[in-house]
Write a protein that binds this ligand. Structure first.
Ligand code: NAD
Length: 291
């Protein structure tokens, strides 16, 4: 049976590190959480982030705009937060309501306060192998692998999914860590032939149980990023991953869903806020600001 890779101890270690480093700063790192509208999942995510931020000694504030807020109002708020020296990290909770265009919104955050790592400058820095703030879920996956001492350098890594949020930045992080990387997606023919090559298989497709045991190389490390809500019976929703549970009989190591990658994302967000607060202002271009 595959070695289980629960996220909780790895996330705890990252949170403890964030708390330790936050405590060394003259003032607590400040995190601004921006939310537009009342999507219940977004409300819950933002609340969870604020609660965890307080636990590790960060000062967070939630800025909630009404569902119908015009783009100009959101951009004005980001301008105020950019200019506020007590705010070190700014996160705009996605998805935004359909009338708002996420591209100019994410681009309006100062790169050095972009704790979600989605500003084009940070994406460019990531792909160039330069220091910068990294997207939270992919960086959380790397932290999980490091916590469990799983090798990355020299490994044949396959990622399933090419989203801007997960698959693409993860490909860059794995390349920077010297893995040999393949990115598969919904248009990849014979997905199983590709995934069977993987010593390290990371799945972020959002398709429940897409990966079955026959698609996994025996002994492979399998990281399941997927979060899918499936209904077993009317009114009985349950979360499950992109990896079929039977893969545990083939894989060498496997993350659970829920309780695997999920807790790493929030922990990495808070670590990114500490990194942003640690960096002295005005040194964005010098390359030494971030890990
Ligand atoms: P997305 O929908 O933006 O992208 C999905 C990707 O998977 C696409 O590139 C698509 O080409 C690929 N794909 C879809 N069906 C496929 C198939 N049948 N075969 C091969 N590839 C296929 O999703 P996303 O934002 O990257 O999220 C992916 C999953 O990860 C979702 O379940 C999401 O809920 C989850 N997620 C988890 C966390 C976390 O904190 N654990 C964070 C972000 C996303």
């Amino acid at each position: 049976m595959a070695r289980p890779l629960p996220g909780a101890p790895a996330a705890q270690a990252l949170l403890a590190e964030a708390a330790r480093r936050a405590g060394r700063l003259a003032a607590p790192p400040g995190l601004a959480l921006v939310r537009v509208g009342d999507d219940p999942a977004s409300v819950a995510y933002v609340r969870g982030k604020a609660r965890k931020a307080a636990e590790v000694g960060l000062r967070s504030a939630v800025h909630a705009l009404p569902e119908a807020a015009p783009q100009a109002e959101l951009l004005a708020l980001l301008g105020t937060l950019n200019a506020d020296p007590a705010v070190h990290g700014i996160l705009v909770q996605l998805p935004l309501p359909p009338h708002l265009d996420p591209e100019p919104v994410l681009g309006a955050i100062l790169p050095e306060k972009d704790v979600d790592g989605l500003h084009p400058v940070n994406i460019g820095r990531l792909w160039a192998g330069q220091p910068g703030l990294r997207p939270c879920t992919p960086a959380g996956v790397m932290a999980l692998l490091a916590f469990y001492g799983l090798p990355v350098a020299g490994q044949r890594a396959v990622i399933v999914g090419r989203s801007a949020l997960v698959g693409r930045p993860l490909a860059a992080l794995l390349l920077n860590a010297n893995a040999t990387v393949t990115v598969a997606h919904s248009r990849t023919p014979d997905l199983g032939a590709v995934t069977r090559e993987a010593e390290l298989l990371i799945v972020a497709a959002g398709r429940a149980h897409l990966i079955t045991p026959d698609m996994v190389r025996p002994g492979a490390t399998v990281i399941d990023v997927g979060i899918n809500r499936v209904a077993d019976a009317p009114g009985q929703g349950r979360l499950t991953g992109d990896v079929h549970p039977d893969v545990a009989a083939v894989a060498g190591a496997l993350t659970p869903v829920p309780g695997g990658v999920g807790p790493m994302t929030v922990a990495q967000l808070l670590m990114n806020t500490v990194l942003a607060a640690e960096a002295p202002a005005g040194q964005e271009g010098r390359g030494g600001r971030f890990r």
